[in-house]
Design a protein around this ligand. Structure first.
Ligand code: TLP
Length: 346
């Protein structure tokens, strides 16, 4: 029986069309900037986001790291949400490899950072303080229920940043999920940021890769940093070929993932022993809690696993399920049946 893997949209496998494109890709040495397929993907990505240039990188982590390193020198500071992926899940790379000091402020439940808190975190010019160089936003916000940040909010942050001469980088790992959920063109969410990273390998189902977009000068610098990080990939057209299919064909179907996430959330709301705020489920990420007196999140996901349904336990009570390409309506119905079984048995 098919395993229903809802741990992450990173588990997506390439479509048939992607495999075909990979097998037929024209290749060259991308460190010499001679891989025609990489060049085509980068051109297409830059155009899609209305930026001057783009750069294919190995992962979202590398995209955020290279971007922060371009914006910030050693000993300077970046303002980050305390729930941000860059702070929580990127192995401390910005500090370890870049000497960049993270200044954390709390994320609200919807993934935003309050403008007052950002303003208060910006350092005055004083020999005691690091210089503030950058504000990072995340859209959709992974740990904040996958909530999309609106264009209006992003513009307010960018305005504030520009008044202080600070740049804005957007971790847009799931930016197409945000655009679909808000029913806007993706450029509305990214026009006012200086740089952004988006992932080919999550909701867009490519096997590998993320893309950084920004000004030509920014991308030239990011290319050097990518090389220093060991990310010069030679015949990377193998990866880029799938990325082109992802950009051309996989962005619109994301609405299906959102509908299935909403259905999953609605089903969970009807199960005893589990609690969920269905109104917070706006994209493809579903968080819910188990009642701790009866069973832990870990026990719950282990029991699901034994019946072929996989989710992630992200705390003593907290569980995350993510819908994605390859998950169909029947899978969500089966997952709900298995969950109902497990809550009764535990
Ligand atoms: N997120 C992964 C895990 O690392 C938690 C997931 O399963 O959600 N930004 C955001 C907002 C992300 O969610 C992720 C991956 C990344 C960056 C990093 O991307 P990769 O995994 O390509 O380095």
């Amino acid at each position: 029986m098919k395993t229903i893997d809802l741990r992450s949209d990173t588990v997506t496998l390439p479509s048939h069309k992607m495999r075909e494109a990979i097998s037929q890709a024209e290749l060259g040495d991308d460190v010499f900037e001679e891989d025609p397929t990489v060049n085509a993907l980068e051109k297409q990505a830059a155009e899609r986001f209305g930026k001057e240039a783009a750069l294919l990188v190995v992962s979202g982590t590398m995209g955020n790291l290279a971007s922060v390193l371009v914006h910030c020198g050693r000993g300077t500071e970046v303002i980050l949400g305390d729930q941000s992926h860059t702070f929580r899940y990127e192995a401390g790379g910005i500090a370890a490899l870049g000497g960049v000091h993270p200044h954390l402020i709390p994320n609200a439940a919807d993934g935003t950072l309050s403008l007052e808190a950002i303003e208060a975190a910006i350092r005055p010019d004083n020999v005691h303080f690091p210089r503030t160089r950058l504000i990072c936003l995340e859209n959709t916000h992974n740990r904040c229920s996958g909530t999309p940040l609106t264009a209006a909010y992003t513009a307010e942050v960018a305005d504030l940043a520009s008044r202080h001469g600070i740049a804005v980088h957007l971790d847009g790992a799931r930016i197409f999920n945000a655009a679909v959920a808000l029913n806007v063109d993706v450029t509305e969410l990214t026009d006012c940021v200086d740089s952004l990273t988006f992932c080919l390998s999550k909701g867009l189902s490519s096997p590998v890769g993320s893309v950084i977009c920004g000004s030509k000068a920014f991308i030239d610098e990011a290319r050097r940093i990518r090389k220093a990080l060991g990310g010069g990939m030679r015949q990377a057209g193998i990866i880029a070929a799938a990325g082109i299919v992802a950009l051309e064909e996989m962005t619109e179907r994301i609405a299906e993932d959102h509908n299935l996430a909403a259905r999953l959330a609605q089903g969970i709301a009807g199960l005893k022993g589990l609690t969920i705020d269905v109104d917070r489920v706006l994209t493809n990420i579903v968080y819910f809690d188990v009642e701790s007196e009866r069973f832990t999140a870990e026990a719950f996901v282990n029991s699901l696993d034994a019946q072929g349904v996989r989710m992630l336990a992200l705390g003593p009570n907290r569980i995350r399920a993510v819908t994605h390409y390859g998950i169909e309506a029947v899978d969500i119905e089966r997952a709900l049946v298995v969950m109902a079984d497990v809550v009764q048995a535990l």
